[in-house]
Design a protein around this ligand. Structure first.
Ligand code: SF4
Ligand code: SF4
Length: 114
């Protein structure tokens, strides 16, 4: 089932619905939909990639539990921050000092120069 064809129940009038009228919850009818959920907001730390040190060994890609290491033509091209949860496994596994964990507040101040 494509994301566009999914059915959502209008519950704006939930207090007038009977229990029989509620759709059952907790059921995933369309597998492979995890990419639709932006879970990066759970993160308190994030990996910073130093491309100069990276030799595309793919250890981080193998170990990332969220498939958030982006790869193209067998080379690492970045990190999917929509889904990276900041677990730090990639930085732990990298043998080449190409990944370092920093806190989200630190990353914001680095971006914004605050
Ligand atoms: S583990 Fe380190 S060196 Fe290997 S691809 Fe990932 S960032 Fe690059
Ligand atoms: S911090 Fe965790 S979730 Fe994010 S890219 Fe590294 S291994 Fe994947």
């Amino acid at each position: 089932m494509s994301p566009e064809s999914r059915t959502f129940q209008d519950v704006t009038n939930y207090d007038s619905l009977t229990s029989e009228e509620f759709l059952p919850g907790g059921i995933v009818n369309d597998p492979g939909n995890s990419v639709l959920y932006i879970t990066g907001g759970w993160r308190s730390e994030r990996p910073v990639w130093n491309q100069e040190n990276c030799n595309d060994c793919m250890l981080c890609w193998v170990h990332c539990p969220d498939s958030s290491i982006l790869v193209e033509n067998q080379k690492m091209i970045g990190i999917d921050f929509d889904h990276c949860k900041g677990c730090g496994v990639c930085a732990l596994e990298c043998r080449f000092d190409a990944l370092e964990m920093i806190t989200e507040p630190d990353s914001l101040s680095e971006e914004g120069g605050n």
